[in-house]
Design a binder for this molecule. Structure first.
Ligand SMILES: [Zn+2]
Length: 109
């Protein structure tokens, strides 16, 4: 598997995260990579926090054999081992904060 390019973009429309299958909202920074593997190629899109999680959990990035179910299983199983209560609280706080700061999609610009 070869990552031809990977970068962070601001989404111009709504995408779906290839890890958690959650929505990547319009106007947020997300990870986008172009992958080539044995004649196949695909674009991988993911939340930055999902990318960070795969790195922290030591999973292969860019979806090499990772399904949504496997991702969730790994996150659930490893989460308790890897992080202290304080770290989990901080992550929850950051998550809630980022939800609050999402851009108003109804605004004209
Ligand atoms: Zn995600």
């Amino acid at each position: 598997m070869e990552v031809i390019r990977s970068d962070e973009y601001k989404s111009r429309k709504e995408h779906r995260c290839n890890y958690c299958s959650g929505k990547i909202k319009k106007g947020v920074i997300y990870a986008n990579a172009f992958i080539v593997d044995q004649g196949d190629s695909w674009t991988w899109k993911a939340h930055l926090h999902c990318m960070a999680l795969t790195t922290m959990l030591g999973m292969d990035s860019w979806g090499d054999g990772i399904t949504e179910e496997l991702f969730e299983e790994c996150v659930r199983e490893d989460f308790d081992e890897h992080f202290s209560t304080a770290e989990k609280a901080l992550m929850l706080f950051e998550h809630l904060k980022s939800e609050e700061e999402k851009p108003d999609e109804s605004a004209d610009n």
